[in-house]
Design a protein around this ligand. Structure first.
Ligand code: ASP
Ligand code: MG
Length: 409
């Protein structure tokens, strides 16, 4: 007998019929003798609908009241799922985040979980109930309803699995696992049987949206066995997110991630002297703009071009800041470009293999794709390319690193 936490996303509970399907899946696990905690999201589209309602009243909705509003989405699905389970003859009980007492900090709309009181849940499980918990929500110390940020039900699932020391946390979603890249761009993309936490964190932060990034961090920290599965298929083992094992033969590259969320700024003809980088990025930080990639190189004439990327939504704000900086430091010009894309290869095998970067650059060169910026970490290499060539770049890299072929035994 195992204790399993199953998290069902919005599309998995998107209609009454689907909620019944979820109930049947839960029932199957119960029939095998397992204890099951089901964590659910709001029905698909519901959270967006609620945000839209709020914005019709306040352009920037009051955060406390927004959390009261948004938490209702999940309150609907816990009740419906509990009913569907009872309709199948099971014992079931629903809980809001506050009823469990998922204690969070008071950062409305992006709260962090501090503690979970798992006693009631444990008692219900021991008396044969399926426990159904609302994802994405908690309460702060003063009893205010909080929410955990978009996609936060994943984090609720993992946090409950950690608190209950569950044998596995299963994330049921509308894809059947984590893929080498987005199959809509590369039809040859394959489901990975396993991926390490580190790789998954990189993939998530680079734009692969299978799991909320915080849930992956949480699972890694508390050693929760995490698996991504499809709620629309009965078979399939999904993708298991694992720790790197010493003797495990790792593929060099596990996946290709990409996003179009960034824009590039370049400040041209910057005098090359100590403190210049701080001069440029200081005001950007003060304006609360996050910087991702940075490139600087000294030219022969003693000036330098300084480029960096920010979120696309913040390009205009960053341009305004830089035009002030430009005058202050005597640079020549400021350029902005939002027609860029970031493409990254990710793999823990990179640590022990040489020549990965050059292989990547050659694959792009063979397609005549110009690289505008490069950044690397221990298990990732990212490049910025022209937006137009993003899909081509992803396909070329997917092929160059042998991801089109099933992993050899
Ligand atoms: N319902 C919330 C959202 O749409 C939380 C979740 O689905 O995980 O972001
Ligand atoms: Mg989700």
């Amino acid at each position: 007998m195992a204790l399993i936490v199953q998290k069902y996303g919005g599309t998995s509970v998107g209609s009454i019929e689907r909620i019944r399907n979820v109930a049947e899946r839960v029932a199957k696990f119960k029939a095998l003798g397992h204890q099951v905690v089901a964590v659910v999201s709001a029905m698909s589209g519901e959270t967006n609908r609620l945000i839209d309602l709020a914005k019709q009243i306040q352009k920037e909705p009051d955060p406390r009241e927004l959390d009261v509003l948004l938490s209702t989405g999940e309150q609907v699905t816990i009740a419906l799922l509990a009913m569907a389970l009872k309709d199948l003859g099971l014992r079931a009980k629903s809980y809001t985040g506050g009823q469990v007492r998922i204690l969070t900090d008071d950062a409305h709309t992006k709260a962090r979980i501090l503690a979970i009181d798992e006693e009631n849940l444990r008692r219900d499980l021991d008396s044969g109930h399926v426990v159904v918990v609302a994802g994405f929500q908690g309460v702060d110390a003063a009893g205010n309803i909080t929410t955990l940020g978009r996609g936060g039900s994943d984090t609720t699932g993992v946090a409950l699995a950690a608190a209950l020391k569950a044998d596995e946390c299963q994330i049921y979603t509308d894809v059947d696992g984590v893929y080498t890249t987005d199959p809509r761009i590369v039809p040859e993309a394959r489901r990975l049987k396993t991926i390490t936490f580190e790789e998954m964190l990189e993939m998530a932060s680079l734009g692969s949206k299978v799991l909320q990034i915080r849930s992956v961090e949480f699972a890694g920290k508390y050693k929760v066995k995490l698996r991504v599965l499809s709620s629309f298929e009965d078979e399939g083992e999904g993708t298991l997110i694992t720790f790197e094992e010493e003797n495990m033969e790792q593929p060099v590259i596990s996946g290709i991630a990409f996003n179009r969320d960034e824009a590039k700024l370049t400040i041209v003809g910057v005098p090359d002297r100590p403190g210049i980088a701080a001069h440029i990025l200081g005001p950007i930080a003060e304006a609360n703009i996050d910087v991702d990639m940075i490139v600087q190189n000294v030219g022969v004439d003693g000036t330098t071009d300084f480029s960096f990327t920010v979120h696309r939504n913040e390009l205009k704000k960053a341009m305004d800041v830089l035009s002030m900086v430009k005058t202050a430091i005597g640079a020549r010009d400021v350029l902005g470009d939002d027609k860029i894309a970031k493409v990254s290869i990710v793999g823990v095998g990179m640590r022990t293999h040489a020549g990965i970067a050059s292989k990547m650059f050659k694959a792009l060169a063979d397609e005549n794709i110009n690289i505008q910026m490069i950044s690397t970490s221990e298990i990732k290499i990212s490049v910025v390319v022209d937006d137009k060539y993003m899909e081509l770049a992803v396909r070329a890299l997917h092929q160059a690193f042998g991801l089109d072929q099933p992993a050899s035994a």
